[in-house]
Design a binder for this molecule. Structure first.
Ligand SMILES: [Zn+2]
Length: 416
């Protein structure tokens, strides 16, 4: 494959451009309204300019109405290039939005200013999900700038709102523009993987986010018998909810981790001062449930545990569902998208791939629910959402090569 090899070697020459892209994307802060941001507008406009340089056959900004966001909408970008032959399209879908940096004191550098440290590119969003944006784009750019055309149609999609539920991102796209994607297409979501890039995710757990409001009675810190301490109730409930791990303890080694997980996460502030016993505490739980268990059964058990604690302590406790995404049918491990990725990874890295299920939360589930097989894959150092988030330049280069190889599908051309 002399053509493919020289093309792939060209990608090594894109290092400076990759760093520049990462810096440009990181400085354009894309936080959704739930994360106290205004939306993905700046990042989308930057990407649109860059994409237009590659002269797509089709490009469209799709605006999902969201009153809370700047100008009342959330931007999504879809671009498509025709391949040498008609047929299915290879789509790579990445998300533009990020999560907040969190406690700035945990960062060694400004999270919105890319820093280079050897092979590391550091900054908020460089891995999640700019690694996907940059590698899928550079893979295509290298093909087009070498004067070639991909064998297959290639589509790049950059969505909003992945970090907070996808209502204004992929969910909106699939509802309003379902004709973009066909069940014949190959869909890659570069938003999950492992360190050597050998893992292809084909299945996800159900996702269930719960909000617990514990209501007692607020009083002075010196007179606890005049009130009911909601923080004590919350603590008891957090511990009692641990029972879910045993009650729904099935194991499936396709998944990593192999069991369902039930974790208490965020708490809301209660009282501002030390000498007041709180009368209201709110906390949240993030459940990732194997397809073997029904989320409805878990909700029944949660209600039971909650009402037991409430009765024992004389508190009122409300449970609300904040978000729920039930597990879908997995993507078959011999689906064309899985085979294409496995082949390209073997070509570029000489690695055998493993197909697995994960804890859920990637947008691939929306495609699977719509009957379109999707695979989640990228090479990742797994620093998403952490302070000092980073990705490796060498991973970006090798993943760009893998995308280029999938777009070109040279192996198919040779009849292998
Ligand atoms: Zn992500």
């Amino acid at each position: 494959m002399p053509n493919l090899h020289s093309l792939l070697r060209n990608i090594d020459g894109y290092k400076d451009e990759i760093i520049e892209l990462q810096a440009g994307l990181t400085s354009r802060i894309a936080l959704g309204p739930e994360n106290n941001g205004t939306g993905e507008h700046e990042k989308a406009a930057y990407l649109q300019t860059i994409i237009e340089e590659l002269k797509p056959d089709y490009i469209k900004e799709i605006r999902a109405p969201d009153k809370r966001a700047r100008d009342g909408y959330r931007p999504n970008l879809v671009a498509k290039w025709k391949g040498k032959q008609p047929g299915p399209t290879i789509w790579v879908l990445s998300h533009m939005d990020i999560v907040p940096p969190g406690d700035h004191s945990l960062w060694a550098t400004d999270p919105y200013e890319v820093k280079i440290d050897g092979d590391r590119i550091i900054g908020r969003g460089v891995e999640d999900n700019q690694h996907g944006i940059v590698s899928s784009f550079i893979g295509l750019k290298a093909i087009l700038e070498s004067g070639k055309r991909p064998r297959n149609n290639v589509g790049l999609v950059f969505v909003a709102d992945e970090e907070t539920g996808s209502k204004y991102g992929l969910e909106y796209l699939l509802k309003q523009h379902s004709n973009f994607f066909s069940s014949e297409d190959l869909i890659i979501v570069p938003d999950g993987g492992n360190k050597d890039g050998s893992m292809i995710e084909v299945a996800e757990k159900s996702l269930l986010w719960l909000k617990f409001t514990v209501i007692g009675f607020q009083c002075h810190g010196s007179t606890p018998d005049k009130g009911k301490n909601s923080l004590y109730g919350m603590a008891k409930l957090v511990v009692a909810l641990n029972d879910l791990k045993q009650a729904f303890g099935q194991r499936d080694d396709l998944f990593n981790p192999p069991t369902s997980t039930f974790e208490s996460t965020k708490t809301e502030p209660n009282v501002p001062n030390i000498n007041t016993i709180p009368g209201k505490n709110i906390f949240y739980m993030d459940c990732r449930i194997l397809p073997h268990h029904q989320p409805d059964d878990i909700l029944v058990q949660v209600e039971k545990i909650t009402s037991d604690v409430a009765a024992e302590l004389g508190l009122e406790i409300q449970v609300e569902q904040v978000y729920r995404q039930d597990a879908t049918n997995p993507t078959p491990i011999d689906a064309p998208v899985v085979k294409a990725l496995a082949k390209a990874i073997k070509t570029i890295k000489n690695l055998n791939t493993e197909q697995i299920g994960i804890g859920g939360g990637t947008v691939a589930a929306f495609f699977r629910r719509a009957g379109i097989p999707a695979a989640v894959w990228v090479t990742t150092q797994d620093t998403a959402h952490q302070p000092n988030e980073y990705c490796l330049l060498s991973d970006l280069i090798s993943d760009a090569k893998i995308f280029a190889s999938v777009y070109m599908d040279e192996l198919n051309e040779e009849g292998n």
